[in-house]
Design a protein. Structure first.
Lengths: 261, 283
């Protein structure tokens, strides 16, 4: 009887220890990835949200545009503020004169576009509110080329479904390179009139800490979709070959791929 | 005939009256589950940026109306909460808490957040799933409440209940923990009605609507909604204030449940039947 009790106590202590290790491990995992592994059925909400918002939003619904008087006095920079790596340092030294935006994947005509090429395309300027997933907002002025102009120039192959934005910055140090920032949009948002690749901010060249030479603005989604330091656009038919397979750096780390809320 | 009093059991009989419809009971308990998840997951989300602003924008360079933070370093770090010009020391609960688990610096402590560890991604997953359930549940309650007449009949205070003299007497009775008995207990009293009305007609809808204002997509689809609350950051602040008032309501609600007969109250919200004492038939 007493042996049994002791055994049970020992077992439960072992269970407790295992639990403690488990929660320590999950805390470490959470710290490294932003996710402690919420139950997967909660992801139903993302599907519901995306479907409901797509139903409510006509493709042409514009995000509000503000006046210059309504802009944030100082626009907080977030995420990587200076990418590591020689490639980026060399381009920055040369004022991005040697920068070429690669457009490839499922396109009719792969492109290599310099900043001057991009600036020769029709530009759009918009003063919009940036809403970070953390909760803060800042209003800034962005100037760039509508993404649909670039996609129109390259020509989409019939199987193209998503535009992937490959970036210079490694947002998380990893051995296999899976920490490099990337993001993706479906074609509804890619062809939206306010979806631009911005090369200017608040009337000047896009500052490095805000993603020079090019960053994405997709105004009906949260801040983490606004990829900075873009080097390449790739048209794909799915995400399985990218990162951890969920379509973006943050989606790979537990966040929603669709960031409409 | 002697006047009837609630304690004169020889002349009264116990009667189980139908108090809550099945839909009210089901939506009440679904709501309990939703709030139990939405509050701690909301605090988890708040912890990612524990500052509140008024207006369209607001971030670290801007002045916050409310802020939870920590100042100092190492062993001397102190938690604080600041409202406007007033700063309160809150070490141990807000700003700095639970130092042994290595999560010293966090606005709300780990016992108050879902999940307990700092994880904005998971907090959002919990919050949005139960927000959908909460919204559907609330629509079912309000739809039923309007169509069945429940809101007008049982929740909206009746004309005789909103007379100042009546309200003052109810406040005095509540303060002395004297609750309606007999026939008067068949219906909600005025203070109950006003509290429930404020919750179902104002606070819960404000939670959903200000929550929707957090969505840049909904902002594009319905810009008037974010204007209604004075901007996106104002809406976030109101979301927080409204949630705080709901917590306050819940504390008072639970206290009243316990003080006015926990068993009877609990049975009525589970089975629908509420016991009252009325005059014995024929007496």
């Amino acid at each position: 009887m007493s042996r049994g009790r002791i055994r049970r106590v020992a077992l439960s202590r072992r269970a407790l220890l295992a639990g403690a290790f488990g929660s320590a491990a999950s805390a470490a995992y959470a710290a490294s990835t932003g996710s402690a592994g919420a139950p997967s059925w909660l992801e139903l909400a993302e599907t519901l949200t995306r479907s409901a918002q797509r139903l409510l939003l006509s493709p042409g619904n514009l995000a509000r545009e503000f006046t210059e008087a309504e802009m944030s006095p100082e626009f907080r920079a977030n995420g990587t503020e200076m990418p590591d790596g020689d490639d980026y340092a060399r381009l920055l030294d040369g004022g991005f004169a040697d920068f070429r935006l690669r457009v490839d994947g499922k396109v009719e005509t792969p492109l290599d576009l310099s900043l001057d090429d991009l600036k020769r395309l029709p530009a759009r300027t918009q003063i919009t509110r940036h809403d970070c997933v953390e909760g803060w907002s800042a209003i800034g002025k962005w100037t760039g080329v509508p993404l649909r102009a670039i996609l129109g120039t390259a020509g989409l192959r019939p199987e193209a479904r998503y535009v992937v934005f490959h970036c210079f910055d490694e947002a998380e140090a990893t051995l296999d390179g899976s920490g490099t920032y990337y993001e993706s949009l479906d074609l509804v948002d890619a062809f939206h009139p306010q979806t631009i690749l911005a090369y200017g901010m608040n009337g000047q060249d896009l500052p490095v800490r805000h993603g020079a030479p090019l960053r994405l603005r997709v105004e009906r989604q949260l801040g983490y979709k606004q990829a900075k330091f873009i080097r390449r656009l790739e048209l794909v038919d799915g995400f399985s070959e990218l990162g951890r397979g969920r379509g973006s750096f943050w989606a790979d780390r537990g966040y929603e791929w669709y960031a409409g809320i | 005939m002697k006047p009837l009093t609630g304690t004169d059991e020889s002349r009264t009989t116990r009667l189980l009256v139908r108090r809550h419809s099945a839909l009210v009971r089901v939506t009440h308990w679904v709501n309990v589950i939703c709030m139990a998840v939405l509050l701690p997951s909301g605090l988890q989300i708040f912890n990612a940026h524990p500052r509140l602003y008024w207006g369209q924008y607001g971030a670290d360079p801007d002045r916050a109306a409310f802020e939870i933070g920590a100042a100092g370093e190492g062993e001397t770090v102190k938690g604080f909460a600041r409202v406007g010009p007033v700063t309160l020391p809150t070490t141990g609960v807000l700003g700095v808490s639970g130092r042994r688990d290595g999560e010293a610096l966090r606005a709300f402590p780990s016992w108050a957040t879902l999940p307990a560890v700092q994880s904005l991604a998971d907090g959002r997953r919990w919050h949005f799933f139960f927000a959908w359930l909460f919204a559907f549940n609330g629509l079912a309650y309000l739809g039923h409440g309007v169509l069945s007449g429940h809101l007008r009949r049982d929740v909206l205070p009746s004309r005789d209940q909103v007379r100042p003299s009546h309200l003052l007497r109810e406040i005095a009775d509540h303060a002395r923990l004297r609750f309606p008995k007999g026939e008067a207990a068949r219906r909600y009293n005025a203070l109950q009605r006003l509290a429930y009305l404020a919750v179902v007609a104002i606070l819960l809808p404000v939670m959903v609507l200000t929550g929707l204002c957090m969505s840049p997509a909904i902002n594009a689809a319905a810009p008037w909604l974010v204007d209604l609350f004075g901007g996106r950051q104002s809406a976030r602040t109101l979301h927080f204030i409204s949630a705080s008032l709901l917590v306050l309501f819940t504390l008072v609600h639970l206290a009243m449940v316990v003080l006015s007969g926990p068993w009877n109250n609990m049975r009525s919200m589970v089975t629908g039947r509420y016991a009252i004492r009325i005059a014995r038939a024929g007496s």
